[in-house]
Ligand binder design. Structure first.
Ligand code: HMG
Ligand code: MG
Length: 313
């Protein structure tokens, strides 16, 4: 099995969507440029979701416009898309850039009905119906499609989630045309045991396939790190053959709709930590540690600035 592990940095999206303060678009562009120089394979740059729901990322088109000239060929850009309207906005960005500035559209569902309602104002079935035109349009533009599943081991509202509904949903997303499945431990409740149980169920459901038709990993693990267990979960996932992980520069992140009263949604596993664990296990990520540390410092500065502005207002 390959010793190469794909790293996607989601700081500009997951990292900044949960910050109450405003991060200037130019600051976000600086972060994406720094991440693009690290050697990370993919950067999740923003979301084409409703700006009423996530005002922090309402500048997605403007941000991509700033990045149009600076994208290294080795890096892929992706963005979250919840529905046809979001996909039209994404397609317009690529059209304005005169090519595939955005390589991948990421749809997102959840293994918990309550979280699905809170996050997207729709049931799981309704969410999947919304994805049909999104995936059709993405395919017609030759874009890859990532299908996220949130709450793969626990939901902030419903508690523990069994592996079976996660595996069933993964299969439905693949059947709809998703090229890859990204398994999100949204609130960082996973342990090596529960993550392994869930991964084994998904891998079995997908017939043991590790790669998609594009030769890319079929399964990605997206860990939030609430209790410091994410590192052990990464090692467990590597042992089970997972070769793609999401991290966030500076360990930022969290879904606002996973926050409950008195409990703010936790950040993603920090990418520098993620890279170190994976390389210590003998795999290659292609990420330069010093450059990732630099990008993380930018992420932390942007968030500190936004928080300072917020508390001054
Ligand atoms: P809704 O309010 O039910 O949408 O939201 P609607 O279809 O009824 O439309 C209402 C209005 O929103 C209309 O405008 C639409 O045009 C507009 P109006 O007529 O009132 O002026 N609208 C849009 N505008 C811009 N872009 C769009 C769009 N869609 C509708 N795409 C919707 C439904 C899904 C849009 C909303 O619930 C939404 O945007 N949710 C996104 C929430 C979100 O981004 N959550 C965080 C990301 S998921 C996550 O963090 C988890 C993850 O990290 C993995 C893990 O950790 O588990 C991925
Ligand atoms: Mg997340």
């Amino acid at each position: 099995m390959s010793d190469r592990v794909r790293i996607t940095d989601v700081a500009p999206r997951d990292g900044l969507q949960n910050e109450p303060g405003r991060v200037p678009t130019e600051g976000k562009a600086e972060l994406v440029r720094a991440l693009a120089a690290t050697g990370a394979a993919e950067i999740e740059v923003s979301s084409f979701v409703s700006p009423k729901w996530i005002p922090q990322l309402g500048d997605a088109a403007e941000l991509f416009g700033m990045l149009a000239q600076d994208k290294p060929e080795s890096v892929q850009f992706s963005a979250l898309v919840p529905n046809a309207k979001g996909m039209e906005r994404l397609a317009e960005v690529n059209q304005n850039a005169g090519g595939k500035l955005i390589d991948k559209a990421s749809v997102f569902a959840a293994a918990s009905e309550t979280f699905s309602q809170k996050n997207t104002n729709a049931t799981i079935d309704e969410t999947l119906e919304r994805f049909e035109p999104v995936i059709e349009m993405a395919r017609s533009h030759d874009l890859a499609v990532r299908g996220y599943i949130s709450c793969v081991v626990a939901c902030p509202y419903e508690g523990p989630i069994e592996p079976e509904p996660v595996a069933t949903l993964a299969q439905r997303l693949v059947d709809l045309g998703c090229d890859e499945i990204d398994l999100g431990d949204t609130i960082g409740e996973g342990t090596p045991e529960t993550i392994a149980e869930m991964l084994l169920a998904v891998i079995e459901q997908l017939g043991g396939r590790r790669e998609n038709d594009r030769g890319e990993p079929l399964i990605t693990l997206h860990l939030h790190d609430t209790f410091g267990r994410a590192a052990d979960c990464v090692v467990e996932a590597l042992n089970l053959g997972v070769r793609s992980f999401d991290g966030s520069a500076g360990g930022l992140g969290g879904c606002p709709f996973a926050s409950t009263p008195g409990k703010r949604a936790p950040g993603n596993i920090a990418t520098p930590l993620l890279v170190r664990i994976i390389e210590n296990e003998g795999f290659k990520t292609g990420v330069n540690e010093a450059k990732m540390a630099h990008a993380s410092a930018i992420a932390e500065r942007l968030v500190a600035g936004a928080r300072a502005m917020e508390s001054a207002e």
